[in-house]
Design a protein around this ligand. Structure first.
Ligand code: GLP
Length: 233
């Protein structure tokens, strides 16, 4: 893993931007995107840049089940606000959380990923070591699937909702297997609350208990951390 320890999230945005720029310079056509607070500074840098995404495709990691695309807490909406309004792509895909037919929603998304192999996948890291919404225990070969969110993830994401009861209990997520097929991966994590997950991801055994530990098996991973997130390494 190529590890960068940065001063703060703003610097992480600039370092992450350079990873995206280099991938585009190398001919990347499909970008795998992520939500959460950690990628926001990278999106700010991308949104304010000269980079042109109008011929590219984006494929997002996950979406809450039961939220329509225009719900302010949906990941569709997040992407629109944080990147797509400023930088439209030729095609942007996010799992369809409004489709309650699990088999149809997940198989359609697997087809989208198969048709659009991901050149660079951006990831955040859950406090429990999840990537996308692949919670501990997820099969490392998993493809897109419906996830029951853990209590810790519901609690961690409650800050975005009026109260914890409003947080959806299910999500559609790309699987660990889908994520590992990306040619290159960039994962970003900031703050003390991520420190133990970061240490387990980088130095711990490769185990289903820590989905991010499977990144150790991928040949091309860049990690951006601040000092607090790196403090248990
Ligand atoms: C959610 C998302 C993940 C994200 C994680 C961490 O659970 N599904 O993709 O990585 O939150 O978010 P944050 O960056 O806000 O800490």
């Amino acid at each position: 893993m190529d590890l960068h320890i940065v001063k703060d999230q703003a610097e992480g945005g600039r370092v992450g931007f350079q990873v995206f720029k280099a991938a585009l310079d190398d001919g990347a056509k499909v970008l795998g995107l992520a939500t959460g607070s950690s990628p926001i500074t990278i999106y700010n840098e991308l949104a304010g840049s000269q980079l042109d995404f109008s011929q590219l495709t984006s494929v997002n990691l996950d979406e809450y089940v039961g939220l329509k695309a225009d719900h302010p807490q949906s990941y569709h909406y997040f992407m629109q606000q944080n990147l797509f309004n400023a930088k439209p792509f030729a095609h942007s895909y996010v799992p369809d959380g409004s489709n309650l037919d699990e088999a149809a929603a997940t198989s359609q998304y697997d087809q989208i990923i198969a048709d659009n192999p991901i050149d660079l996948q951006l990831l955040g890291l859950g406090q429990n070591g999840h990537i996308g919404f692949n919670e501990p225990g997820t099969d490392p070969e998993s493809t897109t699937h419906k996830v029951t969110l853990t209590e810790s993830t519901i609690a961690a994401n409650a800050r975005f909702f009026e109260n914890e009861d409003d947080v959806p209990r299910y999500a559609y997520s790309m699987g660990i297997g889908s994520i590992l097929k990306a040619k290159q991966i960039l994962i970003v994590a900031y703050g003390e609350a991520k420190a133990s997950a970061v240490a387990a991801m980088i130095e711990g055994p490769v185990t289903p208990d820590v989905p991010a530990s499977y990144l150790q098996t991928h040949p091309r991973v860049t990690v951006i951390l601040d000092a607090a997130a790196a403090s248990q390494l």
